[in-house]
Design a protein around this ligand. Structure first.
Ligand code: ADP
Length: 274
């Protein structure tokens, strides 16, 4: 293709340069493809609920003399509208975490508060399924970062743990400090006894819109954006998110984030003072 043609043209300049140019082109093209795929995916994901809403409103009009049917269709319209709202909200969250530098607003954030907030966010669906949520080890730990983004990341992990678990199971959140050469890290692990993730999907679940089972994800109101947000937040804080899972038995998602203190907060504060 084009890259090859270019490489042929500049070949006399030496193979090193050619290699660099070809790599640059390949990278630029990869980014362009990712962007195009993203726009196509967003359009597709938006069209599904909008199409359903349009069909359902027609059905309501046709059924105007059958109040029971009208109520049924209206109920389904409400589900589609909720799905659309979730999708738009998650798109806004994603663009926000991608555009804002979290470390500009970084502060020490209490891990027990983050965990309490995440548990609170999933309290309703957890109680419906009688899933027990329990946290441990969070006392006296502080991470360094953007409170809102960190809350969104942990909230997504707990939400997924509840969504992808059967009734009467347990979701555990465990925090601890781990020593690392570049400064201590705080590890927050969210463990469920849910459906688990097949090995072949483990890498891809962090991609935008990727789902192991799109039908199931849609049924739980999923958007396929949650883990992309988590991954982005972890990386922009200088941390990471990893997954351990056995299909049919459960999953553990582990967030590793820089600990507050260890000079990080002081360094940034003096930077702000100038
Ligand atoms: P979704 O909105 O579909 O939950 P996510 O980006 O949060 O999107 O997750 C991507 C996919 O990863 C999900 O559709 C699901 O297949 C899988 N997944 C995420 N968390 C879990 C979990 N705790 N247990 C099993 N599968 C999970």
């Amino acid at each position: 293709g084009e890259a090859l043609a270019v490489s042929a043209r500049v070949a006399p300049l030496g193979s090193r340069l050619v290699l660099l140019l070809v790599e640059d082109l390949t990278e630029a093209r990869r980014i362009e493809a990712v962007r195009r795929d993203f726009v196509a995916n967003v359009s597709h994901e938006l069209k599904t609920p909008v199409g359903a809403l349009s069909l359902l409103s027609e059905a309501v009009m046709d059924a105007s003399d059958d109040p029971e049917a009208v109520m049924r269709f209206a109920g389904r319209m409400q589900i589609e509208a909720t799905r659309l709202t979730n999708l738009v909200q998650e798109l806004i969250d994603l663009s926000r975490v991608q555009n804002d530098d979290p470390l500009e607003d970084a502060e020490p954030v209490r891990v027990d508060e983050l965990v309490a907030e995440a548990i609170d966010r999933s309290r309703q669906p957890a109680s419906t399924k009688q899933i027990t949520m329990a946290a441990g080890g969070t006392a006296d730990l502080h991470v360094w970062g953007h409170r809102g983004q960190l809350a969104a990341a942990l909230g997504n992990l707990v939400e997924n743990a509840v969504n992808y678990s059967p009734a009467h199971t347990r979701v555990g959140i465990a925090a601890r400090r781990v020593t690392a050469p570049g400064g201590d890290l705080i590890e927050i692990a969210v463990t469920d006894q849910g459906i688990g993730i097949p090995d072949k999907d483990k890498e891809r679940i962090f991609e935008r819109f990727y789902r192991v089972d799109p039908a199931r994800s849609r049924a739980t109101g999923g958007t396929g954006l949650g883990l992309a947000i988590v991954k982005h937040v972890a990386a922009s804080h200088g941390g990471e998110v990893t997954v351990w899972s056995t299909e049919g038995q459960g999953s553990t998602f582990t967030l590793r984030l820089p600990e507050a203190g260890a000079g990080r907060d002081r360094a940034t504060r003096s930077h702000h003072d100038h």
